[in-house]
Design a protein around this ligand. Structure first.
Ligand code: NAD
Ligand code: ZN
Length: 360
């Protein structure tokens, strides 16, 4: 047996208003006055002085507002890296990502690609990164993906959607300030929150499960139930609990794997550009045969929060398009092995996936 030796986020601050400590936390990491801190911030905050006025810029520090309308791409990472290299005389002192999974993943990828040669697409896979990245800080403004704790940054490349998984990927510092998630619109709150719930279900029912994953997964699942099923939480409690659910859900899959919903949702993302949270929900809604209890509860939560998912998104797809999605999904072998077992290829056929996609 050879057990994996995983890195974890070495430093984390938790607390309402802790975002105010950002400057104090990162100042000692400034290499010199020519090595700036680069802030990648979701452009939803562009005109939001409540947040941006608390980002203290000194010397050559810069804010780059980034749209999260589309999921991060390898080319987008390469462009950002080139822009940073051309704009400054020295490598940055740090990259600070402020946003959801999209921006957090971009911050991780930019940090890694500033110190590793070539393009981001060359590093999609497992343990291909050779050099530690630039000091990088993650500050989530929406909760559920677990990108704040994970060892991956998920990117869409020329041939596939796949993470850069490496020991250098996790953030050096995370700031969990639940106040930052207070204005997330309800639909998005639900989709991204369900990403966490689905991480728990897929991890807890998977064949890769072990006590490390199970304990984190159970904690996250209980928190999700409190947030999405009970109505007696205050807003602050609900925000804090969801933030910790996301963290524990991410920790749970670190030492196991996700499953069917994620594999199939990657197919939807790759071909149709459907984003991770909503894509997972669209798929999970049809997965009773794999996750009977989990899907039942999901439907209940959907009803409580009046969520209507899009229908018929695969109705008009050609066989060629369906094949692209099926191949993307089936290529994620560890996810299927975790969900079904070593003999997954006996039951998960192209026809099977086609019939599932056609229901969506
Ligand atoms: P997101 O980052 O794409 O954001 C979703 C929407 O919410 C955007 O429109 C954004 O502008 C908005 N938003 C964010 N914070 C807000 C706030 N405080 N107030 C108002 N609006 C706000 O969504 P996400 O679900 O967090 O992330 C999805 C991405 O995460 C995908 O690219 C997926 O691949 C990735 N992901 C990564 C990991 C990982 O471990 N690295 C795990 C799961 C998902
Ligand atoms: Zn996910």
């Amino acid at each position: 047996m050879n057990y994996k030796n995983f890195p974890m986020v070495p430093r984390v601050v938790f607390g309402r208003g802790s975002f105010n400590q950002l400057s104090e936390i990162i100042s000692p990491k400034r290499l010199n006055t020519k090595a700036p801190f680069i802030y990648l911030i979701d452009d939803v905050f562009k005109n939001d002085a409540w947040l941006t006025s608390r980002v203290a810029l000194s010397y050559d520090d810069r804010i780059i507002f980034v749209s999260s309308e589309e999921e991060p791409k390898t080319t987008q990472v390469d462009d950002l890296v080139e822009d940073i290299i051309l704009s400054f005389k020295e490598r940055p002192s740090g990259i600070i990502g402020i946003g959801g999974g999209t921006i957090l993943d971009l911050a991780k990828a930019v940090s890694l690609m500033l110190t590793n040669e070539g393009g981001a697409k060359d590093y999609q896979g497992w343990d291909l990164i050779k050099n530690p990245g630039i000091y990088h800080v993650g500050i989530p403004t929406i909760s559920g993906t677990g990108a704040e704790v994970s060892r991956t940054t998920v990117l869409t490349g020329p041939t596939r959607k796949l993470g850069i998984n490496s020991d250098f990927t996790p953030f050096d510092q995370v700031i969990l300030d639940s106040e930052l998630i207070k204005d997330v619109p309800t639909d998005q709150w639900f989709y991204t929150g369900m990403d966490c719930y689905i991480h728990c279900v897929e991890s807890l029912t998977g064949t890769y499960l072990n006590t490390f994953s199970q304990t984190y997964g159970n904690m996250a699942l209980e928190l999700c139930k409190e947030v999405f099923l009970e109505h007696n939480l205050t807003e602050v409690e609900s925000q804090e609990k969801l933030m910790m659910a996301s963290w524990h859900g991410g920790m749970s899959i670190a030492y196991s794997q996700v499953g069917v919903a994620h594999a199939m949702s990657y197919g939807l993302a790759y071909l149709l550009g459907i984003k991770h949270g909503i894509g997972n929900c669209i798929v999970f809604d049809h997965l009773e045969e794999f996750y009977p209890e989990g899907v039942k509860l999901f439907k209940k939560m959907k009803k409580i929060h009046n969520i209507t998912l899009p229908k018929g998104i695969c109705a008009d797809l050609s066989d060629k398009d369906l094949d692209i999605m099926i191949n993307t999904a089936m290529g994620l072998e560890p996810l299927w092995e975790n969900a079904i077992g070593k003999n997954w290829k006996k039951t998960i056929t192209k026809e099977k996936l086609k019939s599932l996609y056609q229901k969506m």
